[in-house]
Design a binder for this molecule. Structure first.
Ligand code: C2E
Ligand code: MG
Ligand code: MG
Length: 730
């Protein structure tokens, strides 16, 4: 087995904070040769000597490892080898627990072998390492070779180092008495132990005894190895000590009761005037609290508290490596964005806490179907992401998407209620040639939304057309905001004909957008966007006011002698506004129209979404004296049970029932709907009458009103007035 820092961190002298070596050009050239030997002898693509002072000497394919070469040595895996003072061998960083614990030190190398390089004082001055971009099982022989080469590098540093200036402060000022020093050691918070050459304890201060759970008198005479856990309690070999005057290490110590705790130790060899070793002074700092704080910080910076999964920051960090590797022609990768379709519904109906419960439960299920070496992360609200390194083509990613969807298919128990939620999945693959991690995440999320739009429980693979559409949508959104301010919206009016008389009985107000570049945009192309962005609320109110004003103009002008009405569509978002009734009342008061002449059209799906909540609101609207129509009837899931409890005046049968496209008009169904409507005592308006035949059919079926291109398309305010002047009869 290859030795690594996990074996025994305390066995050898290790990294300290002694002065950094300064390196001359000739020493650097020697270090480069050593890196070259490492490349050749270990058959690795690149070998690097990195010193604390920023010196880099490398050989091999340096360009591909630019990020690694530029990073401070303390920000790379070298730090771990240097901190322990021992070789560090990682065969596959993607699955390595130590790397997972220190995600920021990982620069994307797959296999890593590093050996500390010592400076002239015996302290760790840097690291000699070899890296691979594929998994690699380092052999004992390779580790040994690198250890030897690191020895050469240390020798080169020692040879190159100039004479260091002697400490000049010595003897300056007044001398401190031995008693003063003793007092300082006794009272300090740092533990201090003095041992003889054989390791027997001669002295400990109060802090040291307290830290390890001993009384002050117990320790003298014992061997210092009582502080070390059994597996570390081997004596340091004479060879390892040769020429060493001080060393530091991070390790674990053991208390009298057997419990262990992390410490930082610094030992200094004490010599007599003739240079003979007489003892060792070791200072011991208990770093439990510091470690715990570090762990907490690490967790809060990189992990999501709800699911315990890596967060977006950590995902991006890892993805950045995958992007870089793919760019160099290495392994391909895929990112899956997973969204829980029911999240919003659950939050709206059961509260945000229930939404959290759903996400946590879904994350746990998804984790069970994700490969161990793939990273599952939480991007935000209900969005999870999976990074698949080494995803061979898109197929593997689509298979995972299917597994994820299966995993969430069973119901969840959320807020004490059983909830079903499909998952929408979007996939971005490295074949799209990403330059940055964020782009891949963005595309996966775009594809995920695309799949959600396509229907529940789908997955979509991102392509460029999707990106273009997403951009176009974003532009449209900005444009729509401006459209409201710049007055680019218009209201057109389509006549509604009373079938008994064949004359115009009223109009439906239909909004249009005169886009400065695109020209006329129809509502189906921007109402959904307006609803999503909430812009529909001001837009809808504006249409209502316009329509009421137009009605006043008609009633006082060309339609003076007719009773005409105006119908205005209400969006689901408007219906959800608590002040809708007040707003409508305001418009009625402002424009002074007779409330009976106003009809509000609400689509069937809005009513059936939450009939209980909406019933009250409809009654309040009705109390204003206006009429209520149910729009697009037949497209939702109407429940007769609710319909008869609603204060409705009319049903508008959706035009799809009269459409020639879907196998011709479905007159049977229209007949059934008319019968039902009449039984509920509401009148029927049919939409989409495009021919004289259909008009006759509707008359035969005893529909009261009809609307459609056969009579007229929606017209602007001037054309509708002209039509009224003609006062046609059909
Ligand atoms: P809707 O309320 O069902 O309006 C009827 C739609 O059917 C209109 O489409 C109208 O032009 C179209 N139509 C009428 N007769 C015929 C026909 O004989 N054949 C065919 N093929 N179509 C016919 P438009 O104007 O494109 O509006 C589409 C939808 O947009 C409306 O459906 C309504 O749901 C929504 N909408 C329009 N204006 C507004 C508005 O101001 N606010 C809200 N919330 N929604 C609006
Ligand atoms: Mg309508
Ligand atoms: Mg309709």
């Amino acid at each position: 087995m290859v030795p690594s820092i996990r074996d025994d961190a305390a066995a050898a002298p290790s990294a300290s904070s002694l002065p950094e070596p300064a390196v001359s050009p000739s020493t650097r050239a020697v270090l480069e040769r050593i890196a070259g030997f490492a490349v050749r002898l270990l058959d690795a693509p690149v070998g690097i000597v990195a010193l604390r002072d920023g010196t880099r000497a490398f050989a091999g394919d340096g360009d591909a490892w630019r990020a690694r070469l530029d990073a401070p040595v303390a920000d790379t895996l070298c730090h771990l080898a240097m901190r322990s003072g021992r070789p560090l061998a990682i065969d596959d960083a993607r699955t390595d627990a130590l790397v997972a614990e220190h995600p920021l030190l990982w620069m994307g190398e797959t296999a890593y072998l590093g050996v500390p390089v010592r400076g002239p004082q015996g302290d760790v001055a840097g690291c000699l390492s070899c890296v691979h971009d594929r998994p690699h099982a380092w052999t004992e022989a390779q580790v040994e070779t690198l250890v030897h080469l690191a020895g050469f590098a240390s020798a080169a540093l020692a040879a190159g180092a100039g004479e260091r200036a002697r400490e000049s402060a010595r003897g300056r000022g007044r001398r401190v008495s031995a008693r003063m020093l003793e007092k300082a050691v006794e009272t300090m918070q740092l533990g201090v132990t003095i041992t003889d050459v054989a390791g027997r304890i001669i002295y400990t201060n109060a802090a040291e005894a307290r830290m390890h759970g001993y009384g002050m008198d117990e320790l003298p005479g014992m061997h210092a190895r009582v502080f070390a856990p059994a597996e570390h309690a081997r004596p340091i070999g004479a060879d390892a000590m040769a020429g060493v005057t001080s060393w530091s290490r991070e390790t674990t110590n053991v208390r009298k009761d057997g419990s262990v705790f992390p410490v930082v130790l610094r030992s200094d060899v004490v010599t007599d005037r003739r240079g003979r070793t007489v003892g060792i002074v070791t200072c011991c700092e208990d770093v439990s609290q510091r470690r715990q704080l570090e762990r907490q910080l690490l967790r809060s910076a990189f992990y999501d508290p709800l699911t315990g999964l890596p967060n977006r920051v950590l995902l991006t960090h890892r993805l950045e490596r995958a992007v870089e590797a793919a760019r160099r022609g290495g392994a391909s990768f895929a990112v899956l964005a997973v969204g829980m379709d029911a999240f919003k519904r659950v939050c709206d109906s059961l509260g945000p806490q229930a939404g959290d419960e759903l996400v946590a439960a879904a994350a746990a299920r998804v984790q069970t179907v994700v490969r161990a070496d793939a990273m599952l992360a939480r991007l935000g609200a209900d969005e999870l992401a999976v990074l698949l390194d080494d995803a061979d083509g898109v197929v593997e990613a689509t298979r995972l998407a299917e597994r994820v969807q299966e995993a969430v298919a069973a119901p969840f128990e959320v807020g004490g209620v059983e909830v079903f939620s499909a998952a929408s999945v979007g996939i971005a693959h490295s074949s799209t040639r990403y330059a940055h991690a964020e782009e891949a995440v963005r595309d996966a999320v775009i594809a995920m939304y695309r799949s959600r739009d396509a229907g529940k429980g789908q997955y979509e693979v991102f392509d460029h057309a999707m990106h273009a559409q997403a951009l176009a949508r974003l532009r449209m959104e900005t444009d729509l905001r401006r459209a409201v301010e710049r007055g680019e919206l218009r209201v057109h009016y389509q006549p509604i004909v009373m079938l008994q008389t064949g004359r115009i009985a009223g109009f439906e107000a239909l909004v249009r957008w005169m886009h400065p570049e695109l020209g006329l945009v129809l509502p189906d192309d921007f109402i959904p966007l307006a609803e999503e962005t909430g812009l529909i609320v001001p837009i809808g109110l504006w249409v209502l006011r316009e329509a009421c004003l137009q009605l006043t103009r008609l009633q006082t002008g060309v339609c003076r002698d007719q009773d005409v009405t105006v119908a205005v569509n209400l969006s689901v978002k408007q219906v959800a506004q608590p002040d809708l009734v007040e707003r409508v009342a305001e418009v009625l008061a402002e424009t002074g129209i007779d409330p009976r002449r106003l009809k509000l059209e609400i689509t069937e799906s809005v009513i059936m979404h939450d009939p209980e909540a909406i019933t009250g609101m409809l009654h309040r609207l009705k109390a204003l004296g206006i009429q209520l129509h149910i729009d697009d009837f037949g497209t939702g899931y109407s429940s007769l049970h609710y319909l008869h409890r609603l204060p409705l005046d009319a049903l508008k049968i959706d035009r799809s029932f009269l459409s020639e496209h879907a196998g011709g008009p479905n007159l049977q169904l229209v007949r059934a709907i008319v019968a039902m409507a009449h039984a509920l005592d509401v009148v029927v308006v049919t939409e989409g009458v495009e021919s004289a035949e259909l008009l006759e059919e509707m008359r035969t079926l005893r529909c009261e009103y009809a609307q459609g291109f056969f009579f007229s398309r929606p017209l602007d305010e001037h054309d509708i007035e002209r039509l009224c002047v003609r006062n046609p009869v059909w």
